[in-house]
Write a protein that binds this ligand. Sequence first.
Ligand SMILES: [Zn+2]
Length: 344
Amino acid sequence: MKQQLENILNSALAEINCAKTSEDVENIKLNYLSRKGTLNSIKKNLKDLSVEDKRIVGSFANEVAQTLEAKLADKSAEIYRAELAQKLENEKIDVTLSGTAHHEGHLNPLTSTINEIVEIFQGLGFSVMENENSPELETEYVNFDMLNFPPDHPAKDMQDTFYSTVAPNVILRSQTSGAQIREMLVKKPPISVICPGRVYRCEAVSARKNNLFHQIEGLLVDTNITFGDLKGVLNEFIRVYFGEARPTRFRSSYFPFTEPSAEVDVQCIMCGGKGCRVCSGTGWLEVLGSGMVHVNVLKNVGIDPEVYSGFAFGMGVERLAMLKYAIDDIRLFFNNDIRFLKQF
Ligand SMILES: [Zn+2]
């Protein structure tokens, strides 16, 4: 029986030696030391021995049990340390690996173009109009009639302007010029304001046209304002915006709310006037519309045209940004494609 115990001890020790996981250790414990384990089944046979043998074998069996418990505890600790080391190794952070780049947000090129234009005019003494005088939802009356549009003007056509389906004669403004009317109705000259804002037109969307775009409107009314003042202000704006003094050209034009009216061209910034694809071979780029505030408009808002005169201008922000950054598709501003936006 003692021999049997020695065999058990040896095979258990061999198994403990080979144990790799805490699960192995638990299994050995179960097989040898539990109530149904090998050691206990031997102890059950002690009752058949003499008193003297019972004492000797019993005490040896206890010795075997203690030895095994101690070895299992050591093995358990060893496996725990190994498993912990492995876990730490797996979860180790390599601080020398390159990190995840964080993308810094920045302004849409339209917003920065608006900011830039606004700053140039602020430098020339213009202030930015209050938002309350520049609503995007406008009446047909302010957007057209007060601005001296004749009742049958084609711009009033529902093909060109978005009309509200819930309120009669309410539109999404087709131009920022209505803001001139609102400003002159609440303020008396001298007035010098600019008004950046969104405008809407029924357009088929293409590389050149979007049905939402941005304008910056300018208005200056005071005594003794002449066309020379208009030219001086706009030439200075173009010089600063395009970075150097460039030849400009004031071409006679027609707008219902200004008289005389002029389209302003700047010498093509791509070809320097030689003619290219961007300027359609003309050497000139149209950048804004302008003119002296029409006498009828002044009368409509209660400003005496015998005392005051003024000029107004309007420019498309998308067009100015496209010219400056050589962008050939207006839709890029609105698609929120990060590959486009992060170039600015
Ligand atoms: Zn050109």
